[in-house]
Ligand binder design. Structure first.
Ligand SMILES: [Zn+2]
Length: 244
């Protein structure tokens, strides 16, 4: 019996480290996480204000257009007043003019509200521009620093990939398949450390993950370099070297 268990433990560690490195490469390192979140928050806020400003400007332009149309309508009606043939037509025309003027007032109110919203968005944008720019510069610097560190992390990831391949090659197929199955089943970690219960009297061991009792003969078997699984959770058991 070779020391396959030792290789499996090494393999699990290499896979764990590789996953951490790959996650890191795909995301943001811990040391700039806080800045990243603050930057994202403020950036979203600035984008929101910019969008509100643009929306207000669009609303104002739309209102301007509507007002011109309505004013043209009023002018048209007023020009018709000289051509009415009776009181009924005159009354109808005045009614049309009143309605159009009321519509103009309503649009003007809407326009005023849009302008106020636009002014407020502009005021907040001006107020936050400098602090945001300062934050953004700091963020870009940190990003650059992280870009500088990435190649080293990528190099280490490549090294680990090779190591994983090598270690996998050293384990018999059947055991490797069992390891993979267990690993996938348990969200990436196939192993459970055997823990010794601290107490007086005969030694007692338990599974470090599910706490189920590990029989003494299982511990002896593991020490004899056999692959053993926890009776309860089926993870592959190992004993930490220096813990004996
Ligand atoms: Zn267990």
């Amino acid at each position: 019996m070779g020391d396959e268990l030792k290789i499996i433990v090494e393999l699990q560690h290499a896979i764990d480290e590789l996953n951490t490195a790959e996650e890191l490469l795909a995301g943001i390192p811990d040391w700039m996480q806080e800045l990243h979140e603050e930057h994202s928050r403020q950036k979203a806020e600035m984008d929101g204000l910019q969008a509100a400003l643009e929306e207000a400007e669009l609303a104002k332009r739309t209102a301007d257009g509507e007002i011109s149309d309505l004013q043209a309508k009023v002018k048209h009606f007023q020009e018709q007043i000289g051509m009415v043939r009776n009181q009924r037509e005159y009354g109808a025309l005045l009614q049309e003019i009143d309605t159009a003027k009321e519509q103009i007032s309503a649009v003007e109110e809407r326009e005023l509200a849009a302008m106020e919203q636009g002014d407020e968005a502009q005021r907040l944008l001006d107020e936050r521009q400098d602090p945001f720019q300062e934050l953004d510069e700091r963020y870009q610097q940190e990003l650059q620093k992280w870009e500088g560190q990435k190649p080293e992390v990528a190099r280490r990831a490549e090294e680990l990939r090779q190591q994983v391949k090598e270690l996998e090659g050293k384990i018999p197929k059947q055991i490797l398949a069992m390891f993979e199955r267990t690993r996938l089943r348990y969200g990436g970690n196939a192993l459970a450390r055997v823990m010794e219960v601290e107490r007086k009297g005969p030694k007692i061991w338990h599974c470090g993950v599910c706490n189920y009792r590990v029989r003494p003969q299982t511990v002896v078997s593991i020490q004899a370099k056999n692959i053993e699984s926890c009776d309860s959770c089926r993870r592959i058991l190992y004993i930490e070297e220096d813990a004996g």
